[in-house]
Ligand binder design. Structure first.
Ligand SMILES: *[C@@H]1O[C@H](CO)[C@@H](O)[C@H](O)[C@H]1NC(C)=O
Length: 164
């Protein structure tokens, strides 16, 4: 009975870890793979636009977020006006109006307008990466109740075997 009990516990642990890994994969998928990097001249006119990998974005890069595209990293709106669906990060159900100076979060969905965004947080600094890091850390840490269970079984097993 004891062995079945321990195996059941291990099984539940594996199941729970699998679920968090799935959740982590979904979270990481929220950020788009590529983004449109703009170059501006001295009068802030767009002179070129190239598609680059989201991983290559650097702080202060100016990015174009088209309607229906996802915001690649955390940043601040420098031009344009749009509504952004932030439900996947904040839980807020209605899209939020974004205009000059407003903050946008990487992984959220731009709805109707075109936005130019200046990257403020990239790579592991984005809100999305921070969430992923927290979940990963929590997943690695053993639950306090698990430590208690280990302590109990350390005495329980020898005691039971002594009497049996
Ligand atoms: C915002 O996105 C979520 C899914 O990420 C979706 O369920 C929801 O309907 C969207 N909200 C609007 C107003 O489109």
């Amino acid at each position: 009975m004891l062995i079945s009990f321990i195996l059941l516990g291990k099984y539940l642990e594996v199941l729970a870890k699998g679920k968090t890994s799935d959740a982590l994969a979904k979270l990481t998928d929220l950020a788009p793979d590529t983004a449109f990097l703009l170059s501006l001249d001295d009068d802030d006119n767009v002179i070129s636009e190239i598609e680059i990998s989201t991983q290559l974005i650097q702080k202060n890069d100016i990015l174009k977020v088209a309607p229906g595209a996802k915001v690649p990293v955390d940043g601040i709106v420098v031009r344009g006006h749009s509504y952004v669906n932030e439900s996947m990060i904040t839980g807020e159900a209605t899209p939020i109006s974004k205009k000059l100076g407003d903050k946008v979060i990487g992984g959220t969905m731009n709805e109707n307008g075109c936005l130019l965004v200046k990257a403020t947080h990239v790579g592991s600094e984005t809100a999305l990466s921070q969430i992923v890091q927290l979940v990963e850390a929590a997943q690695l840490a053993r639950a306090p109740v698990q430590k208690l269970a280990d302590q109990i079984s350390k005495f329980f097993v020898p005691t039971v075997s002594f009497f049996v």
